[in-house]
Ligand binder design. Structure first.
Ligand code: MN
Length: 440
């Protein structure tokens, strides 16, 4: 089996690119990152196809000038990306991804002799428009942060915030794929059944407690056959990459509908994702040992792995910014509401996938897995307004003098993320930026 936990020359922090903007220390897309998206020149009506971000540009992977510069394995891999969705490339698994990464790293390096021949494959990043990266067959969303689960649990069950199953299995639910949207597409405030505290009967009305949830989305690469669970130590071979994910939530609808079968219409009206997918190869330098508190029960054997304990946490730092319509009108910058890290999660991605397939359920290329809201232990690391406002009790202040307990029409929520480590390049994820519009 291939080794998935080695750093190689593509991670070397000293690498520089002939695309000068990629060498800026603040750039999200240095040569060590190389995320993939589906895109075309904005307004061109061209076919959507795959591209890789490098500095402030995009390398058009369909450009014919690239093929002669690639290895045989790289050519086979890049041909799988000549499509308006990445499902075929995802299905080819980690070896194809790694072959393409090696070649792209080589041809984008500052000293690549043929750089003039391939520079025509560059498009300015602000001149592209994106498509959904994959045909997403299934979407499941988890609840990996015990800090989020505790903060939310306390609002409903102050004496008993964490239910007994939480420490034994990664709790999840089946989400909705038809309403997954790309960053930049606005979301209409949903309507739903709401039971107010003063009433015994619900009403049907626009949601009054509209919230975001800062999450990561994980795309499945090669799938598993029905009836064949993925062993925890083989999960890496089945995952393609990570994007930003905003799991919009109608809290008032949710609190009325969620028992006993979990979220339904409170979540299914919209989920937003960012266009760029960062590969697990790019994330390798930011993996960390994963530890759960000594007093907690050890996970069952099928959710336990020495390898996962040594590298299962991934330090992906997720920020949430909010820009109200009034702030935008005054030219104010978006205000940061939180900063958290997936390294603080209670469940690793390997445990999540080992659990989800443990009954034989098959995952397919392009399936999407949400981590659940990423919150940390501190107040400023709470990944949704329900937590930040303590259930609507303590308003959050904005630089405009406005306050928020939940989202207002015209609010723009911006998720971003980056990975940093000593002696390593800093890589970013781009943005998931969405504005809330009035109910329809
Ligand atoms: Mn969620």
């Amino acid at each position: 089996m291939q080794s998935t936990n080695d750093l190689d020359q593509t991670h070397n922090p000293a690498l520089r690119s002939w695309v000068e903007s990629a060498n800026d220390a603040e750039c999200s897309f240095p040569i060590q990152n190389l995320p993939i998206a589906v895109l075309r020149r904005a307004g061109s009506g061209e076919q959507f196809r795959a591209g890789t971000a490098i500095g402030d540009s995009v390398l058009d992977l369909s450009a014919p000038c690239l093929l002669p510069q690639l290895s045989e394995a790289g050519r086979a891999a890049i041909r799988l990306t000549f499509a308006s969705s990445l499902n075929d490339f995802m299905a080819a698994g980690r070896p194809a991804q790694r072959a393409l990464r090696q070649d792209l790293s080589r041809i984008l390096r500052h000293d690549f002799a043929e750089k003039d021949r391939i520079s025509e494959a560059l498009i300015a990043a602000d001149e592209v428009e994106f498509n959904m990266p994959a045909r997403i067959g299934d979407f499941s969303d988890f609840y990996c942060s015990i800090h989020h689960a505790t903060n939310v649990g306390k609002l409903f069950r102050p004496e008993n915030p964490i239910l007994p199953n939480y420490r034994w299995l990664p709790v999840g639910y089946q989400g909705r794929t038809s309403s997954i949207l790309l960053s930049g597409q606005s979301v209409a405030r949903p309507c739903g059944q709401i039971l107010s505290a003063e009433s015994t009967n619900p009403i049907y009305a626009p949601c009054r407690r509209l919230d975001y949830e800062a999450e990561l989305g994980v795309f499945v690469g090669s799938g598993n056959a029905l009836g064949r669970p993925v062993p925890i130590d083989q999960v890496d071979d089945h995952l393609f990459g990570v994007c930003l994910l905003n799991d919009w939530s109608a809290r008032d609808v949710q609190s009325w509908e969620y028992q006993p079968l979990g979220p339904f219409l409170a979540k299914s009206f919209a989920t937003s994702i960012s266009p760029w997918i960062v590969s697990f190869d790019a994330l390798e330098p930011y993996r960390r040992p994963y530890r759960r508190p000594a007093e907690d029960p050890a996970p069952l054997p099928h959710l336990t792995s020495a390898s996962d304990e040594s590298r299962g946490a991934i330090d992906i730092k997720v920020s949430v910014h909010l820009l109200s319509a009034a702030m935008a009108a005054r030219g104010l910058a978006p205000a940061r509401l939180s900063l958290s890290s997936y390294a603080d999660a209670y469940w690793t991605l390997s445990q999540v996938v080992a659990h989800q397939t443990s009954n034989g359920c098959n995952l397919q290329p392009g399936d999407l897995i949400g981590t659940g809201t990423i919150s940390g232990p501190s107040r400023d690391s709470r990944g949704c307004l329900l937590e930040l406002s303590e259930g609507g009790q303590s308003p959050v202040s904005l630089p405009s003098g406005e306050t928020r307990v939940f989202l207002e029409d015209g609010d723009t929520v911006i998720l971003s993320a980056c990975c940093e480590a000593d002696g390593r390049a800093r890589i970013g994820f781009g943005e998931c930026r969405v504005t809330i519009r009035k109910p329809e």
